[in-house]
Design a protein around this ligand. Structure first.
Ligand code: PAF
Length: 290
């Protein structure tokens, strides 16, 4: 597997493949790869002739008090994992290559509505950074298909909306969340957990499952009072707080628009985030009410 940091080298390889009539699938990452990322590469191979991955810890999507300096950087390990998964090319630009004028003077992409609320509220500016860097990476790699993990459910909706609104010729393929045996969603930020914290962290996923069971039960009782959702949400937050974590948000949303769910919505997603020691964990659960 070839690794390039330079935009000209990336473009030369992409152009060569294009001239040969090869299709391209893209897996953008911030590195510190785990089984969830590898599942993206495996999926990418099903959709195109060549798979390009990128590793770029994007400064634009981190807030001032967030963990960009401590974010785990494990390039040699990541290269070995991507090579073992037959990745064709790895792009590893520096911040100076992606943002030569600095962050302040960079044109940006802001996706309205789905970027608001949930992680968008807890992390102001985060989704602007995500949509801007993904737009830029799409322009550089020019993929036919790009794979994103559903653990970052709101991110997938933000990127799909950007692609739709700006008529980008890229098919977005969402890939199911990989989990530890405990149910904990795999994440690079799990590295911040102590063994004790790792033992309580599955409470986030367990709480989402509990909430989904309550919603299914309520649907069977044909309740039509929307306030019941809020009561359930408060109970779910209390469960998380009782586990030893601190709930950031738990919300029941329309699966595509992410608007707060109303009782006639059938396709739902429960979004959740909780602080566990130094880590802020996110998870979600999609469900259909019949
Ligand atoms: O999900 C991530 O790892 C990042 O948000 C992404 C999509 C690579 C953009 O920096």
């Amino acid at each position: 597997m070839n690794t390039v940091s330079d935009i000209n080298a990336l473009r030369a390889q992409i152009n060569q493949w294009r001239q040969q009539g090869q299709t391209i699938a893209f897996v953008p990452t911030m590195g510190n790869l785990h089984a969830g990322h590898i599942a993206l590469v495996t999926e990418a191979h099903k959709h195109a002739d060549k798979v390009v991955a990128s590793i770029f810890v994007n400064p634009m999507q981190f807030g001032a008090n967030e963990d960009i300096d401590n974010y785990p950087r494990t390039l040699a390990d990541d290269q070995a994992k991507l090579a073992a998964e037959n990745t064709d090319l790895l792009f590893t630009p520096t911040p100076e290559i992606i943002y030569p004028k600095g962050l302040e003077n960079q044109t940006y992409v802001e996706v309205p509505d789905v970027s608001q609320g949930y992680c968008g509220e807890s992390r102001p500016g985060h989704f602007r950074g995500v949509s801007t860097v993904v737009c830029k990476l799409f322009n550089l790699v020019q993929p036919d298909v790009a794979c994103f993990g559903l653990k970052d459910y709101q991110q997938v909706q933000v990127i799909q909306t950007m692609v739709d609104d700006l008529s980008m010729p890229v098919k977005i393929v969402p890939v199911a969340t990989k989990r530890e045996a405990s149910g904990l969603a795999m994440s690079s930020r799990n590295n911040y957990l102590t063994p004790e914290q790792k033992a309580i962290a599955p409470a986030l996923n367990q709480t989402l499952n509990w909430l989904a069971a309550q919603l299914t039960e309520q649907a069977h009782q044909n309740l039509d009072d929307n306030t019941d959702y809020q009561q359930l949400v408060e109970q779910a937050k209390a469960r998380i707080n009782d586990s030893g974590m601190q709930a950031d948000y738990i919300d029941i949303c329309h699966a595509r628009t992410l608007a707060p769910a109303i009782n006639t919505d059938k396709e739902l997603v429960i979004l959740g985030a909780a602080f566990c020691g130094k880590a802020r964990l996110i998870d979600n659960l999609q469900l259909t009410l019949d």
